[in-house]
Write a protein that binds this ligand. Structure first.
Ligand code: AMP
Ligand code: MG
Length: 267
């Protein structure tokens, strides 16, 4: 069993959780980079198979605080995959139209189709995170959403979607360091906005919201993986490993030549 996988109902105390740990990978940074390359060599043909088969649908959810590494994970773990068949959907503050629907509507619209792998950069989980922390809706509304999310995911799974959820966890000091780096790097300043600096003040509330999310929405078929993410190289390799192992577990094969095609000849 993967040690980063959260069991259903598991209590995780994120305010005391060590995001700096690196014992999950023996060999340190250099070995991890090699391992990531090795995993990529597995990922590429698996994604080709997924696309060729047009049967399975794969959803990868990435959640995490600002600067936790969602963008970096997408860039590094999926480097070199065929863009045909892979898509990223990001979740910002809902538009007026989105807000006028139920909170799952905008997510459902961008779910993977057959043969697709879709990465959610943030997700419908924001609706039990930022919405809760900022009190955007009354408690009795967001409280019911854990169950509704589980039911939504159950429907998707029964309709052929494989769901993998990664919670990228850094600690508050690491976030300060990264935001500071962004502010002082002209190529990264665009990533920071004033709101990120205010969000930091709500760190303890966010940790409570994340803890409850993990406990209530990690299910046997749509588990959360809580990824220690202070070290980028460890984060990448842990995420990549789960994705590769899960795709391998689908035991995909190239579609057999159907009878109607067997007589085809190139003339
Ligand atoms: P970024 O990922 O840096 O582009 O930021 C997107 C912002 O949109 C984050 O601050 C999210 O918390 C916010 N956001 C995403 N979904 C929602 C939502 N359902 N309600 C309110 N804010 C949201
Ligand atoms: Mg941001």
């Amino acid at each position: 069993m993967n040690p980063y996988r959260i069991a259903s109902g598991q209590i995780v105390r994120l305010n005391r959780w060590n995001a700096d740990q690196s014992d999950g990978f023996k060999g340190g940074q250099e070995a991890a980079l090699r391992e990531l390359q090795r995993l990529s060599l597995h990922l590429w043909p698996l994604q080709e198979l997924l696309y060729a088969g047009q049967r399975h649908k794969v959803l990868v959810v990435l959640q995490g605080m600002d600067a936790a590494g969602k963008d970096g994970t997408i860039r590094r773990v999926f480097e070199g995959v065929n863009p045909q068949g892979v898509r990223v959907a990001r979740f910002r503050k809902p538009s007026e139209e989105e807000s006028s629907h139920d909170f799952l509507w905008r997510a459902h619209a961008v779910m993977p189709a057959s043969g697709e792998l879709v990465i959610f950069n943030r997700s419908y989980y924001e609706d039990v995170l930022v919405v809760r922390v900022h009190g955007l809706l009354p408690k009795k509304i967001w409280q019911g959403r854990y169950r509704r999310i589980n039911e939504f995911e159950r429907i998707l799974i029964e309709e052929g979607t494989t769901i993998l959820k990664f919670c990228l966890m850094i600690d508050r000091d690491e976030q300060a360091k990264r935001l500071q780096e962004r502010l002082s790097d002209p190529t990264k300043q665009w990533k920071v906005d004033a709101a990120d600096l205010l969000e930091r003040k709500r760190w303890p509330s966010y940790m409570r919201a994340y803890s409850e999310m993990l406990r209530k929405t990690s299910t046997p078929r749509a588990p959360w993986y809580l990824i220690p993410s202070n070290r980028r190289w460890l984060r990448d390799v842990l995420v990549s490993r789960v994705i590769v192992e899960t795709l391998q577990g689908l035991r995909m094969r190239y579609p057999a030549l159907p009878a109607r095609k067997r007589s085809l000849r190139v003339t």
